[in-house]
Write a protein that binds this ligand. Sequence first.
Ligand SMILES: *[C@@H]1O[C@H](CO)[C@@H](O)[C@H](O)[C@H]1NC(C)=O
Ligand SMILES: *[C@@H]1O[C@H](CO)[C@@H](O)[C@H](O)[C@H]1NC(C)=O
Ligand SMILES: *[C@@H]1O[C@H](CO)[C@@H](O)[C@H](O)[C@H]1NC(C)=O
Ligand SMILES: *[C@@H]1O[C@H](CO)[C@@H](O)[C@H](O)[C@H]1NC(C)=O
Length: 230
Amino acid sequence: MLYTHYLLGGLSLLPTTFALALPHDRDHQPELQTLSNFYTLTVYKPHDRKLNALKVEENYGGFGIYQASTASYCPEQVGACPNGTELAFDGGTLYPYSIVPGGQDSYVESDGLIQITVQHSHSFPPGSYPEYEGWTWTAFPVFDNHNWWHNHGNRCPKDNPIYNCDPPSGFFDFKAPNATVGGVMACPSTYNSSATVIYAVTPDFKRTDCVKLDGLATHNYTGEPVWAYY
Ligand SMILES: *[C@@H]1O[C@H](CO)[C@@H](O)[C@H](O)[C@H]1NC(C)=O
Ligand SMILES: *[C@@H]1O[C@H](CO)[C@@H](O)[C@H](O)[C@H]1NC(C)=O
Ligand SMILES: *[C@@H]1O[C@H](CO)[C@@H](O)[C@H](O)[C@H]1NC(C)=O
Ligand SMILES: *[C@@H]1O[C@H](CO)[C@@H](O)[C@H](O)[C@H]1NC(C)=O
C-alpha cells in the first residue's frame, strides 16, 4: 500500500471525529478526508496501472468498468431529464443518485453481483445484501496534491475518459455480515461476455475467472443526477 490506511468501521459519517479521538499517537494523526454527500466510484488497485482509477459505471447488467459513462433511462413523457452521465451516489450512502419518484437502491446479490433496483423499488431478492450491509468506507488522509500526482497521477491516463484520475477521498470494501472473507472483484459479465462488472465477495461467490481489487475508491461528485439508472 502506498498510503497509510485507517480502518474506521461502519459506513460514512462516524469516521473523522472517531479517528481524531483515538488516544494513541493523537498528535501524529494525519487529517482524514470525509465522504462527500455525492460521490462516484473508481477501481482501487494502486499497483495495477490498467485497472486502477477505471470509472465504475452502471451498464445493463451491473456496475461496469472500461466504460466512459453510465447507462441511464429518461422516459419520453418526462421530457427534461437531468444530464448526469456518471454512476453517482447520494447522501454518503450507496443510494444511487437518481431522481425518479420513489428512488432506487443498490444491493449485492447472494452470488456477489452488485445491482441497482428498478425504478420506485427498494425490494431486494432473497439472500441479497441491501446497500447498508457489508460495506465499509476507509478514509484517505488529505493528500498533498503535488505528492499525490507525483506518486499516482503521472501514471494514470488522464485523457482517457474511462478513467477518473482525480485523487480519491477513500475507498469501500465489502464483507458480508459474519463472513470470514470478503473483498471486491472484476469479472466478465454473465449478461454480456465483452463487458466487465464488479462483484462483491459473498459467502456464495463461486467465480474463478475474476481479478481481485483492493476496493472501490470514492470521488466527490458535483455533477447532475440521472432520472433513473438501469
Ligand atoms: C470533498 O468533499 C468533502 C466533504 O464534503 C470536502 O470536505 C472536501 O473538501 C472535498 N474535496 C474536494 C477535493 O473538493
Ligand atoms: C440538459 O442538457 C440540455 C442540452 O444541453 C439542456 O437543454 C437541458 O436544460 C439540460 N437539463 C438540465 C436539467 O439541466
Ligand atoms: C451474525 O452472528 C451473530 C452472532 O452469532 C448472530 O446473532 C447474527 O444473526 C448473525 N448475522 C447474520 C446476518 O447472519
Ligand atoms: C456489451 O459490452 C460491450 C463492452 O462494454 C459494449 O460495447 C456493448 O454495447 C454491450 N452490449 C450490450 C448488448 O449491452
